[in-house]
Design a protein. Structure first.
Lengths: 77, 223
């Protein structure tokens, strides 16, 4: 089973990297970009019988830092 | 007295930490490798050094926090053994949840390497008793991810319980409330971004860091 873990900064946590990219986009002349937040995508190939609980645990123990990040699990066929 | 310095793949301040502990304690620290499952018996003090453990993959300190030796470090810390994490060691301690908060990319996005003034906020802890409260000391920083973040409730609690050990006199990295170093609730774990082990000799850029080691080593000798 292919799984994508989307890790993103929690709302309210400042994202200096996103802000720098935002400025760069404006510098390239793109108008109307309201906000940029940078996250991380982890693609995994796991055994078909991997439980949702196990995936949650992997995210909470290692893949995301729950102090500053949220995660979303997407199962891809 | 028995002290130890843990080396992870990518640590680069482990030797400086080793020398600082040797010079202050008069005894050679034990060198511990990240892949070891157990710490040596009878340790009185554990130091996690700076560097770029595991190449800072995933997040700074995240991989090291899950390495075999860290399970033993967590157990020892919970038993009350003093643990100091400097720079990457601080990041490892937060990732291992021995300390609250997280260290994020510096606000200006740049690596910072210079000596900065710090204000001693708590001069009664195991690690800071040789300083005076409110004293300004000068300690080098060298990091890309030193921007301390915790939510307001956590910060209020840290401040209320006297667990902010050091603040930046001039905020160099965006850390919330200028926090440079924090203690755990029991006071036996300190994490800080600045490098006290790089400031132990007047001939090498100052000795303001030396008293941190004298504080903790002194408390062990007296014990």
């Amino acid at each position: 089973m292919k799984v994508r873990i989307h890790v993103s900064l929690k709302p309210g946590v400042l994202d200096p990297q996103g802000r720098a990219v935002h400025h760069a986009l404006e510098g390239l002349g793109y108008k109307g970009v309201e906000d940029v937040r940078i996250g991380r995508l982890v693609e995994m190939d796991v055994a078909d019988d991997t439980t949702d609980a196990a995936l949650d645990e992997m995210c909470q123990k290692l893949l995301a830092n729950m102090v500053i990040e949220n995660y979303r699990i997407e199962k891809v066929a | 007295m028995k002290t130890a310095v843990v080396t992870f793949p990518g640590s680069n301040c482990d030797r400086d930490m080793w020398v600082a502990l040797r010079d202050v304690s008069g005894k050679e620290p034990v060198k511990v490798w990240h892949g070891d499952a157990d710490l040596p018996d009878g340790l009185d003090f554990i130091a996690l050094p700076g560097g770029f453990s595991y190449g800072d993959y995933l997040r700074s300190g995240a991989m090291a926090a899950n390495s075999p030796i860290m399970r033993s470090v967590v157990t020892a810390a919970e038993r009350g053994v003093p643990v100091l994490g400097v720079c990457n060691g601080f990041q490892v301690l937060t990732e291992a949840q021995l300390l609250p908060g997280a260290l994020m990319r510096n606000a200006a996005q740049t690596f910072i390497c210079r000596t900065v003034p710090l204000v001693v906020e708590n001069a009664t802890s195991l690690f800071t008793s040789a300083y005076s409260k409110g004293e300004t000391i000068h300690i080098p920083v060298a990091h890309h991810d030193g921007n301390y973040f915790a939510d307001d409730a956590t910060l209020d609690r840290l401040e209320g319980e006297g667990r902010v050990a050091f603040r930046y006199a001039e905020n160099c990295n965006g850390s919330r409330r200028d926090i440079a170093g924090v203690l755990n609730a029991k006071g036996n774990v300190l994490g800080m971004m600045p490098h006290p082990e790089r400031a132990i000799e007047d001939d090498h850029g100052g000795s303001d860091g030396r008293r941190l080691f004298e504080s903790v080593i002194g408390s062990l000798v007296g014990a």
